[in-house]
Design a protein around this ligand. Structure first.
Ligand code: SF4
Ligand code: SF4
Length: 188
């Protein structure tokens, strides 16, 4: 049975159900009220089953739906517990985040994933979007033909991707002041 959920853009019918998957309860950071860091299992998680406090789980969990649930076009290799990655959207859907299980830190670099991530980045860049991989504190921006390691992305830093004169792309971190300058100049 398809589940319809509320999203900031209105009701959305999910393509799939979680089943026994619980990977987001490890690879996502949950601040309030759980204070659960990245890549640490939530104490309420029942492995292979789901949330142990399903009826009273906090809104941040209730409102989280990974891209695997939403997008029926993702192949079976993207099941979170098979790929060791949780795909999710933010920035109004403009950024595809890939949270990698730190127990499998290189999962995203292998096939069939790396080629698909580069293809998704190619499509995202032309509509002002981004594809970004997070492995613990390490950040990697995916471009159509390579990835750019950006290290630890602080809360007051932003990812800036620009088109180069030769038609290629590059990515770097900018701080709030630089981001504001880029916005004023129309480059971001
Ligand atoms: S990673 Fe996706 S499919 Fe797995 S439990 Fe979380 S929301 Fe459900
Ligand atoms: S409260 Fe439940 S849904 Fe939220 S992280 Fe913990 S186990 Fe997962």
């Amino acid at each position: 049975m398809s589940l319809t959920v509320d999203t900031p853009n209105g009701p959305f019918t999910l393509a799939r159900e979680c089943g026994g998957c619980t990977l987001c309860c490890k690879v996502m950071r949950v601040d309030e009220p759980l204070h659960k860091p990245l890549n640490v299992w939530c104490g309420h998680c029942v492995l292979g089953k789901g949330c142990g406090i399903h009826e009273s789980r906090p809104p941040v969990c209730r409102n989280f739906h990974c891209v695997w649930l939403m997008d029926a076009s993702l192949g079976p290799e993207w099941h979170p517990e098979r790929s060791h990655m949780v795909l999710w959207l933010d920035l109004d859907g403009r950024r595809l985040n890939v949270n990698v299980d730190e127990s499998h830190p290189d999962a995203w670099r292998g096939e069939p994933y790396y080629s698909q991530l580069k293809r998704l980045a190619s499509m995202a860049l032309y509509r002002d979007g981004q594809v970004v991989v997070f492995v613990g504190a390490s950040t990697f921006v995916i471009l159509p033909n390579r990835h750019v390691p950006l290290g630890d992305l602080a809360a007051d830093e932003y990812i800036f991707i620009e088109r180069l004169a030769d038609g290629g792309w590059d990515a770097r971190k900018v701080d709030e002041t630089q981001a504001e300058e880029l916005r004023r100049s129309g480059r971001a």
